[in-house]
Design a binder for this molecule. Structure first.
Ligand SMILES: [Zn+2]
Length: 144
């Protein structure tokens, strides 16, 4: 899990972000303006560790959470889903099909992914370990 001492309180942890792409950078290839897109609980990782190289960025020790994680690009911390806008690397953005409502898609970006992804890879044990860590972080916030 990320460094707990870096969190800033109070925090409203919006992490089921669903919306429409309004701008894309010149290197973006997976999305265009107008696409429906979603962002879950993480927006970056180091992309170099063994977990990242295997496609398990959620286990990266240097992952950047959508909310309240140090932002290595602009400084400060990430502000999550209650922001008016969010800038995210396309590798951490999911396409939302046009026939799915944004309100219906948003919960899939946390609970849905948390349970669906490991069910497709046989990684239930790792998912349980991660969920326990996530709960520990939440408990820290709730008691502060
Ligand atoms: Zn990593």
């Amino acid at each position: 899990m990320a460094r707990h001492d870096a969190y800033r309180l109070p925090c409203v942890p919006g992490h089921e972000i669903a919306g429409r792409v309004t701008k894309v950078g010149s290197s973006v290839t997976k999305f265009k303006v107008g696409d429906l897109a979603g962002v879950g609980c993480m927006v970056d990782s180091d992309r170099t560790c063994p977990e990242c190289k295997q496609g398990f960025e959620q286990f990266c020790n240097n992952m950047v959470l959508t909310y309240n994680s140090p932002d290595k690009h602009i400084g400060g911390v990430t502000y999550g889903g209650y922001s008016d806008t969010i800038v995210v690397d396309e590798n951490f953005v999911l396409r939302i099909p046009a026939n799915l409502s944004l309100a219906g898609a948003a919960p899939l970006l946390c609970a849905g992914i948390t349970t669906f992804s490991p069910s497709t890879t046989g990684e239930w044990a790792r998912a349980r370990k991660w969920a326990s860590s996530a709960w520990a972080v939440w408990a820290t916030w709730a008691s502060s």
